[in-house]
Design a protein around this ligand. Sequence first.
Ligand code: CP
Ligand code: NVA
Length: 322
Amino acid sequence: MPQHLLAIDDVEEDFEKILRWAIEFKRLWKQSDEVAMNFMPLDTLAIGSIYEKPSTRTRVSFEVGINRLGGYPLTLLKNDIQLGKSETVGDTSQVLSRFLGGMTYRCFSHDDVTELAANADVPVINALSDKHHPCQAAADLMTVLEHFDEPSEITVAWVGDGNNVLHDLMLACAMLGIDINYAVPEGYEPDEEIVERTMALAEKNGCKVTMMHDPIEAVSDAHVVYTDVFISMGEEHMNDKVEAFDGFQVNEEMVSNMDETWKFMHCLPAHRGDEVTNWVMDHKNSIVFDQAENRMWAQMSLLAYFINKGAWDAMGEFMGLD
Ligand code: CP
Ligand code: NVA
């Protein structure tokens, strides 16, 4: 049975190594290292990416990353395929498994990516569902490891909605032993079952997970503040939701409560003027474009890990990883 990435804690055991692999591979690639540039673990494989929702970062980073690993990226937009119209997710999965070496899927309902995986003979990577965004969390924690020498000594603060991005961010922080405070408005708390999974990981890895409703309390003395849009894809009809986020904008005044080395993170796309100001987005401490670039490097590590583990291991050994 193939292994799948539906939520970031599916790679709990090797999470830090997957990130270190990505950091080192990125470094070698940027030096035009011949071994890295000739690393083709997806050689001759087509990797299909299904999108039910729009995407800039995920689509481009997967297409370019798959190509760099020797694979053939095949982007399948929902309106162009039979999925959901005259075919079930499970049947689509069985058909695509006959052609592809792996699949990525951006969907509305998390149940759909679960069904795709349950019927697949090849690895499935969740490219965002209403519940999880594991590829984002991998890129985010890769970025944190690049920017902080002692990540277990920092506090990450989330200010915003209790959404898909928060779910995997909190799981990922807990897997690396990083304290996380999250401030969400009442009624917009993260999924309880995911919070319980996060708490169990935090206990195992010796860090704290704290829910608050006051954003200023959450960011006080924190090293990173992370936010996302208040209205996610699929929630466009929930116009009233925005009112609950009064006081949740990340701005100059809010970050003045943080550690002086503060960093700003956002999965993007950002709605400038809503959840974050231009001052913060364009500040030298904003690392949002590093996060965006790291989507590709983190996903290259994940693609090789899930689709050709032997090659991923061999490259890890070459790069001197344990
Ligand atoms: N962060 C993210 O997933 O961006 P896209 O929606 O552009 O893929
Ligand atoms: N929470 C956002 C993330 C977009 C990358 C959404 O689901 O639309």
